[in-house]
Design a protein. Structure first.
Length: 67
């Protein structure tokens, strides 16, 4: 299983960037929000961080079952 920690200005942006990096769709990953980020003075603040982990695919489960 692949995992990737992505950062963005918002949680949605971080998820989008992570999905692009992994080359997966949202249905193929488990999403853990590590930090929702915050806006500070003048809009400068912490980035949102998410951890995307690839879900085990049905094809792999079927292959394991048949072996």
């Amino acid at each position: 299983m692949k995992s990737y920690e992505a950062k963005g200005k918002t949680v949605d942006e971080a998820i989008f960037l992570g999905l692009n990096e992994l080359g997966l769709s949202i249905d193929e990953v488990k999403i853990d929000i590590l930090d929702e980020g915050s806006k500070g003075l003048f809009g400068i603040g912490k980035s949102a961080r998410v951890l995307l982990t690839q879900k085990e695919g049905l094809q792999k489960k079927a292959e394991e079952f048949l072996s």
